[in-house]
Each structure stands twice: as C-alpha cells, then as structure tokens.
Design a protein around this ligand. Structure first.
Ligand code: TXA
Ligand code: MG
Length: 316
C-alpha cells in the first residue's frame, strides 16, 4: 500500500529509536549500510516483508538478506559452523553475507527465505545501521532501497527519489562508503561458495580460508535461487487458477470460500504473500496434489503468481 508521507529522520539517538519503533510496528524503514541503503522490514513479520515487495514493485519473490547487529545475533536464526565463525571474525561487521541453514525455532518469515531452508545473514558496519539493529535487537530483512530494476541507492536522496510516499521513513546518514552490494558466501553446502561477488573481494575471503571458493553453478537451483523456472516446487503436482479442488486434491484458497488453507480469506494480497510459502509447505507435507485458487494479477499478485507458476512448472 502506498503510504502518504515519507519521513526523513536524521541518524540521531531519537531518530534511530523512532526508526526501530516503526520497524517493530511492521513499517518499512530505509536505513544506511556501508554498501547501499537497505529497505528494511522486521524479518519476523510476514506482512511487513510483503510490503517491501509492494514498495519496490518487484514482480517476483527472491530470498532476502536478514540484517543483524552481531554474529551472536545471527546464531539465533542460523546453524553456525567453524567456517562461519572464521569469516565472521575476519569480516563482520562488513560487506559480507553468509548463507547458512536455518535453525529450529528461527521465527523468520518464509517470505524472507522465499521458502528455502537457508538464510542469508549480514552484520553491517555502518554506525547508523548498526545502531538501528541494536535498538531493534531483531532481524531486519532488507534488499536495496530502489524500485525494482533501478539502480541501487547510495544516498537518502536516491531513496527518496525512488520510493517517496511508499515507505514510512528514511534514516538519513549521508552517502554509503562501499556503494556495491555485499559479497555473498554460501556455507550451507559441502564447500564455501561465492554466490555473489560484491563489496568484499573474493580473494580476501580465500586468503582467510586458505583455499579457493567454489563458484556458483547457475543451473543449480540451490545455489542460484530465483533464477530457474522451477524454484520452490512442492513434491506433489500443483494446479493453478483452480475454482475448486478435484477429487484427491488439496485446495489452497484466496478470498472467502471453503478450502484446506487460505492465503487470505479477506482477499488481501499482502496477507497472501506473507502466507504463501508457509502454506505451500504445510500442504506439501500432506503429500497430495495441490489446487490453487486464482490470485489477481495486480500489485503483489504479480509476484505471488510468479512464484506459484514456478511451483507448478514442470520439474527438471
Ligand atoms: O549489500 C547488500 O547486500 C544489500 C544491503 C541492503 O545489505 N542488500 C542486498 O539485498 O543486496 P538484495 O535483496 O538485493 O540481494 C539479496 C541477494 C539475492 O541475490 C539473493 O539471491 C541472495 O541474496 N540470497 C539471499 N538469501 C539467500 C539464500 N538463502 N540462498 C542463496 N542466496 C540468497
Ligand atoms: Mg538489489
């Protein structure tokens, strides 16, 4: 939903406290990191995360990075290991994101991970971003704060130019130093892998690890999420635009009416987005084919339908 006015807050103690309060209330807050300005929402609140996609006008759901204030905080959400510890000691806070398996009881909305069992975590070094994360003491999901398909913002003015009226607040603390997104290292597989080159040189990571990073295989959906047609696919077949369930099918509803699970009984697209991956997982666990009600193709519906099409696409 477009909001009416975007507040610009200076990164003072009061400004940071207010930004943290708004995050807690489920609002969108753009905040500086040393790489680019992020568009943040509380990663535990599905509807707040859905609002990120709405504000950016992103036509599909890609996994988002969860920002936390420290390596200790990261360990509340992911399963830690020795390589993670080594890299965190060397490069956090800083322009590095680690992808690790989610841990039990993590509380992160499945919309953040786009239904994956892994989570990208990052501890930014920017003082204002750090202070905000400490004030919230919770995970903040944040892609770059630009409309989809546009250039990443490195000043509050860039953010305002792209998203004015669509987000609650911009925490303004000048220009970002690095200006390039974080380097993403995958640590959920058998060997450390470079998932995205970025603000930290891969060679520096390799020096600390004492070995080469594996390279991303663009044909592997686990290392390049969101880039293949069949991305998050339940085990059972998925049938779209179904007005009702056929015999033996489970029905994933949208809007009022009988169904096994409802994306949003009141037909609200942000609520549906927040429920999408969790509901698919729940139905998938029952091991029967899934029929999905039509979801309107406007606003967040475009991204919801993009993901549903991937879930229904023929499997490789
Ligand atoms: O510097 C940055 O990283 C900025 C600032 C705001 O922190 N954020 C950023 O987020 O660039 P975004 O959403 O534009 O990029 C997130 C990238 C995506 O390309 C996504 O594929 C990858 O991170 N990613 C996130 N979670 C992942 C996961 N569980 N597995 C693999 N890749 C993941
Ligand atoms: Mg981006």
């Amino acid at each position: 939903m477009p909001q009416n006015r975007t507040e610009i807050l200076a990164a003072t103690e009061a400004g940071i406290a207010r930004a943290a309060l708004l995050l807690r209330e489920g609002k969108l807050v753009s905040f500086p990191t040393e790489t680019v300005y992020g568009l943040g929402a509380d990663a535990r609140q599905g509807e707040a995360v859905a609002a990120i996609y709405e504000a950016k006008g992103r036509p599909s759901f890609n996994p988002l990075i969860a920002h936390v204030h420290s390596a200790e905080a990261a360990q509340r959400y992911v399963q830690w290991n020795d390589v993670a510890e080594q890299l965190a000691q060397a490069f956090w806070p800083g322009p590095m994101t680690l992808v690790l398996p989610l841990r039990e009881g993590h509380g992160i909305s499945p919309l953040v991970t786009a239904g994956l069992q892994t989570l990208g975590v990052r501890v930014p070094a920017h003082p204002a971003g750090q202070a905000l994360l400490q004030a919230l003491d919770g995970p903040v999901a944040a892609p770059s704060a630009n409309p989809s398909g546009r250039i990443s913002p490195t000043t509050a003015a860039h953010v305002k130019a792209g998203l004015d009226g669509r987000i609650a607040v911009i925490l303004d603390d000048g220009a970002c130093g690095v200006g390039l997104e974080s380097t993403i290292i995958g640590l959920a597989g058998p060997e450390p892998m470079l998932l995205r080159p970025g603000g930290l040189a891969a060679e520096e990571v390799e020096t600390v690890l004492g070995r080469k990073l594996a390279m991303r295989d663009v044909h592997d959906p686990l290392t390049a999420p969101g880039q293949l047609l069949s991305h998050y696919a339940p085990g059972a077949p998925v049938r779209l635009n179904a007005e009702s369930a056929a015999a033996g099918e489970l029905y994933l509803g949208f809007g009022p009416g009988a169904c096994d699970l409802n994306l949003s009984e009141r037909g609200d697209l942000a609520e549906a987005a927040a429920n999408l991956f969790g509901h698919l997982h729940q139905l998938d666990a029952l091991g029967r084919p899934i029929a999905v009600a039509p979801v309107p193709q406007h606003g967040l519906g475009e991204a919801i339908n993009d993901r549903l099409c991937r879930a229904a696409a023929p499997r490789e």
